[in-house]
Structure formats: C-alpha cells, structure tokens
Design a protein around this ligand. Structure first.
Ligand code: SF4
Length: 300
C-alpha cells in the first residue's frame, strides 16, 4: 500500500495569521472578555483550543455577524479571517468595543475590489449562501448580488457596468461554471476571479492525483474548503473520497483493497490531526497492523 501526502495541505497563511492574532489578543487582554465574532475557522478543535485561551467563539446558525454583535456589550471583539461588512465594523466601534481584525488579506483584497467597483457599477458575487465570507462581501453594498446557483441570475434588477467576482474558498470547477453562466447573461461583464492561492493550490494538487484508489480529506464537516477538496477528488475520478475529522474515524475495512491512498486536509485543519491520520496509515502499510496513532501535539 502506498500513501501519498498531498502537498500543499492544511493550514493556509490566512488561518495561521488569524490564530497568531487570537493568541496575541489573549495575552494582551488577560482580564477582559474576548469574543470571536463567529468560529475562527470551521474546525471544532481550533474553536475549543481558543476557548481554552479564554476566547469565546460566538456562532449561532442562521444569525448574521450583525445579529451576533448585538450580544456583545463590552470587551474585545475579534473579526475572523472571513471578514465582515463595513456596517459590522462601524457598529462594533459605536458600541465602544476594542476591535481586533483578523480578516485574511486575501479577503480584504476582494472587499477593496468590490468597494471600488460599486462606486460606478454592480457586482455579481459568486459565493455560498449563509457563509460568513459571502455575508461580509454582499453586505458591503446593495449593488452586490449573491450568486450561489444559476437560478439566482433570473431575478436580478437591471444592472450596469457588471463585475463578476467570487468567494475565495470555492471550488475552482464549480466557480468556472458559474462565471460562464454569469457571462452568458452579461457578456460585457468584467471578471475578476478571486479564489485565493491557498485554495487553488490545494485543489489543483488533488486534481493532479493519478492512480489513486482512495482520497482521505482531514477536516471538519462544516469546513467549506475541506468539503470542496473531497468533491474535487470525486470529480477528478478518484473512486472513493472521504472526509474525516480525526484518525479515530479511520476503519480498517475502509482501507481494504486500496493500493494507493492520498491524504490531504482543508486549510482550517490542524496539522497534528492530519499527521495522526498519515502516521496511522503509514504504520498499517508497513506492518499490516491497523492501530490508530495518537500524538500529543498542540492544536494551535
Ligand atoms: S483560505 Fe485563502 S482566503 Fe481563506 S484564510 Fe486561507 S488564504 Fe485567506
């Protein structure tokens, strides 16, 4: 059995930066309530590790960042790497909260692009409904229209000087299809693809896998980028693609009959969790004995 460690995989620069900012904030404000507006990343182990540092991650399904902000009256608020709207920033400031902004520079770049364009035109923003990054971008202006599927193109008002752009963590394949659908309706539109390098490199690495029987993606079931990697693997023709949270989800019967197994992980997945999966598989490949390996490596 051959184990391929897909590269690059795991934490991206934006997530590493957000975690560093969270740690520094916990050190700087030891006696002040610190609330993260949403999950720092979509990974429950990272969220739990933040809580151990004294940072509460405030997330409630269906609630916007602005609605969540209503629940914070004092202390420090951290904006996650997904970014927030200008209204959220202004409201936090008006409430007198100490603001720590961990928005990823790649997301900030898309916000700047949108802010500049809505001064003279409309924006079609390809993104996932209810995803915090899409919420932040669409809330920048009424001239930004969320496109999650081709049906969303049917009920738009009259648009002028259209720019097509997108969420940074989408599938490169699905986004290309939606951009084409947008251009079908607005042939003169300018396109500014914004999938970040970290996302496209991880997806391209999976797409280039050959002769692989099983793809294992380590990541949280709520992580958009981890789910995308599994979907890309399936579309690339890999016969089986699994998303698992930890090595504990591995079962010997899943591996039987596989000659080549590739392992990757989403950009929100702690390195230690992926390492445990790889080491469990490598030991199984070497000895034929299936035993889950646990390590005591830090999450953050
Ligand atoms: S996935 Fe891309 S946009 Fe998101 S935090 Fe990482 S580098 Fe930034």
């Amino acid at each position: 059995m051959k184990i391929i460690k897909v590269s690059p995989r795991g934490y991206c620069q934006g997530v590493v930066r957000a975690i560093k900012i969270a740690r520094q904030t916990a050190e700087q404000y030891p006696d002040v309530p610190i609330v993260m507006l949403g999950m720092i990343v979509h990974n429950r182990f990272v969220v739990e590790a933040c809580q151990e540092l004294g940072i509460q991650c405030l997330e409630q399904p269906g609630m916007t960042r602005l609605e969540l902000l209503d629940q914070i009256d004092q202390g420090v608020v951290i904006f996650t790497a997904h970014g927030v709207s200008d209204e959220v920033k202004a409201t936090a400031k008006a409430k007198g909260l100490t603001i720590v902004d961990a928005t990823c520079p790649d997301v900030e770049k898309t916000h700047t692009l949108i802010r500049n364009h809505v001064k003279h035109g409309d924006v079609l923003y390809i993104g996932k409904k209810h995803h915090p990054e899409a919420e932040g971008a669409v809330s920048l202006s009424e001239r930004v229209h969320l496109i999650s599927e081709t049906a969303d193109l049917q009920h738009l008002p009259e648009l002028t000087d259209v720019l097509i752009t997108n969420q940074t963590t989408l599938s490169i394949l699905d986004t290309a299809d939606l951009i084409e659908a947008c251009r079908g309706k607005y042939p003169d539109a300018r396109v500014s693809p914004e999938i970040c390098n970290a996302t496209s490199m991880r997806q391209n690495a999976v797409m280039s896998l050959t002769d692989t029987d099983l793809l294992i993606v380590v990541g949280d079931p709520h992580s958009n980028n981890s789910n995308q990697l599994r979907e890309i693997g399936k579309k690339a023709g890999i016969p089986a693609a699994l998303l698992i949270e930890t090595a504990d989800d591995l079962k010997e019967e899943l591996l039987e009959g596989c000659e080549t197994i590739a392992v990757t992980s989403g950009s929100s997945t702690p390195t230690s969790l992926t390492s445990e999966v790889i080491e469990t598989l490598e030991q199984y490949a070497k000895t034929g004995v299936f035993r889950i390996i646990h390590q005591n490596r830090p999450i953050l």
